[in-house]
Design a protein. Sequence first.
Lengths: 217, 217
Amino acid sequence: MSEFVPSTVRPEEIEARSFAIIAEELGEHSFTEEQFSIVQRVIHASADFDLGRSLRFHPQAVEAGIRAIREGRPVVADVQMVQVGISKARIERFGGRVHCLISDPDVAEEARRQGTTRAIVSMRKAARMAEGGIVAIGNAPTALLELIRLVRAGEARPALIVGVPVGFVSAAESKAQLAGLDQPPFITNEGRKGGSPVAVAIVNALSLLAVSEAGAR
Amino acid sequence: MSEFVPSTVRPEEIEARSFAIIAEELGEHSFTEEQFSIVQRVIHASADFDLGRSLRFHPQAVEAGIRAIREGRPVVADVQMVQVGISKARIERFGGRVHCLISDPDVAEEARRQGTTRAIVSMRKAARMAEGGIVAIGNAPTALLELIRLVRAGEARPALIVGVPVGFVSAAESKAQLAGLDQPPFITNEGRKGGSPVAVAIVNALSLLAVSEAGAR
């Protein structure tokens, strides 16, 4: 087997070059430095500048996310693709864990019994588990709508909601509702686009901030 | 707990409404009916019409993918996000399995020993495993470049390559190389965009075709 190696092999090197391209092509923006580190990672994961520009941050969102991670609070993902994408090491070094409840047997059983979806029931379970933690929703608008309902009813108190579901039915509407909340802090985006890699990129950017000097304020 | 249920709850119903919106907004295109069922699912997963329009199909790609699934050949995903996103039931009913090799201990060990990446070494292992099967790459351009090298060297003979890595460094170039292959058949796209949900959507659309009447030709 020949030992040809592509010219750019090192993931760190590719990432650094990518981030330089993104900063240059994005040009002017009104994000804070910490928000921009999140926007940059979302663009890196999607190659989509419009998606990056569509991100919306509650004023306390970055601080709340960093604090939750540094305090070892749980991170609950709506689907397995988000759970497996999140870098575990930086969450776990502070004692936190990354959960996904949608395949739990009790969630499936409860959804069947109530004639509703596992996405909705898993958010009710997440509300009990993620008090003071982060809930990251990359897939199901119905999960985000249910979480917003629980927040309004005083039944969910996460530190931060990362809500970036993708789709043509209810996705944009669910995110507009999230952006209208006064509390808890949120990170979301405007429009139909979003998805698992976007949710993953946001949480991974937050955990990088949590371990960096900047996060050690 | 109140029993408010959002107006659109059923995933099947949401999907049907989404697909109608996509067909209407996409308008004219030159994809075949089977190719369009894949394009539609990619747009559904990304809410990105440009990404859908950027898909490129080798003339035998759909047929080769359906046949590989119906013959129970392996599906190898480059990363775990792709592996967990692929619907297993329709693959496994034909005897196939969905693999991801990047976290295998022997892959990590070999990468360390050779001073290269796990993405590259995992493709060398995939080449041995996925003869006659499907290799789906949603993340790493270096993995796709290595697989193309193995194909050219006669060391990899998959039935179909689904190559849709995302990114700013080498992604577009790796996909242009793939689109230049005469064999094996491929499904790819032009440009920087792509990603795990795109790879997942393509494989899931193929397995739907495999189980449908259309796939039973």
